[in-house]
Design a protein around this ligand. Structure first.
Ligand SMILES: [Zn+2]
Length: 323
């Protein structure tokens, strides 16, 4: 004869979810009871509003497991930590906003599951706050929850490093089609940014470019990439300028972001032993102009729409269960 399953140990949540005046109990998946008020749940959540608007059976008709201290018990699939956060976000309390990817996911998932309007903005704010540190994952979450402005900002933030250098753990949360879209966007931005360094029509003539009438044979050379857009006067410059631009074009193809050129040629001074000129003095200005040109060019590259639910995408979150 089988023995009945022992009753689980029920814990009680702390304040403010231990109010003796509460009129309903929410029980977490790990058996913590939160004493709350129906009116707050109904105001915060469309799902709770609909559920609690249905006439409830008298407490005397509910089973022992569905009541406690004369109050109805509603079991939810969230654990105590998630339920605590959700209720604090719903209650008229200071919002426990932690700027983490997990909080962003949780807020967005709960907003969707329980139709809590205010949580969507909280999740969005959390997600924006982690774009810089978790660009790829933020992009995936933004696509999943149909947040196009956040997805675009996150996609742009991925440009600060080669796509292959992003943590591989973040790839588990992104579908193949969305990742491929991001790869294409990254490559297009790389082509555009690299072309800026190769084009060189933006070069501020007169800052570093020297006239060919008196070029220094030791530190100046003709631009090997000189185009018709360049006059003969501007096609001569320090060999360091041309080398800087060639390196910048390579770096920008993998990292189409102004930060990619920040670490190139940090030396501020190099005095040519032949002509006596400091050939590095104008490099900071050149670097600044190039950075601005790259940012402008990359900003014109658009990211295709890849938002909302995707049938083939792996689940970012634990499946939602009904309560
Ligand atoms: Zn020289």
């Amino acid at each position: 004869m089988s023995q009945p399953a022992p009753n689980p140990t029920i814990a009680d949540a702390g304040a403010p979810f231990d109010d003796p005046e509460a009129d309903i109990i929410l029980r977490s998946s790990d058996n913590t009871d939160f004493r709350v008020f129906k009116v707050i749940l109904k105001l915060a959540s469309h799902v709770f509003k609909d559920m609690l608007s249905i006439p409830q059976p008298s407490i005397s008709f509910l089973s022992h497991e569905d009541t406690r201290d004369g109050l109805p018990v509603v079991r939810v699939s969230e654990d105590a930590r998630a339920l605590d956060l959700m209720l604090r976000w719903c209650y008229p309390l200071p919002s426990p906003l932690q700027r983490s990817l997990n909080h962003a996911r949780l807020a967005l998932e709960l907003s969707e599951k329980y139709q809590i309007d205010g949580l969507s903005q909280i999740g969005k704010d959390c997600l924006k706050a982690v774009i810089k540190s978790n660009a790829l994952a933020a992009y995936a979450v933004a696509c999943r929850f149909d947040l196009p402005d956040v997805a675009k900002a996150a996609a742009k933030a991925t440009l600060a490093r080669p796509l292959s250098a992003h943590p591989s753990s973040e790839l588990t949360s992104i579908s193949a089609d969305r990742y491929q879209t991001l790869v294409s966007y990254h490559q297009r931005c790389g082509e555009v940014a690299s072309a800026v360094a190769d084009d060189r029509r933006w070069l501020p003539v007169g800052i570093m470019v020297r006239a060919p009438s008196n070029p220094c044979s030791m530190c100046c050379s003709r631009d090997a990439r000189s185009t018709v857009a360049f006059t003969p006067v501007s096609s001569w410059a320090s060999v360091y300028l041309w080398d800087f631009l060639a390196r910048a074009a390579i770096a920008l193809r993998a990292r189409p972001d102004a930060s990619a050129i920040g670490s190139l040629y940090r030396v501020q001074t190099f005095t040519c032993p032949s002509c006596g000129l400091n050939r590095m003095s104008s490099l900071p200005a050149i670097r600044q102009v190039l950075a601005e040109e790259v940012s402008a060019a990359v900003g014109r590259v658009t990211l295709p729409n890849v938002y909302g639910h995707c049938a083939t995408s792996p689940l970012l979150l634990q499946p939602c269960r009904t309560f």
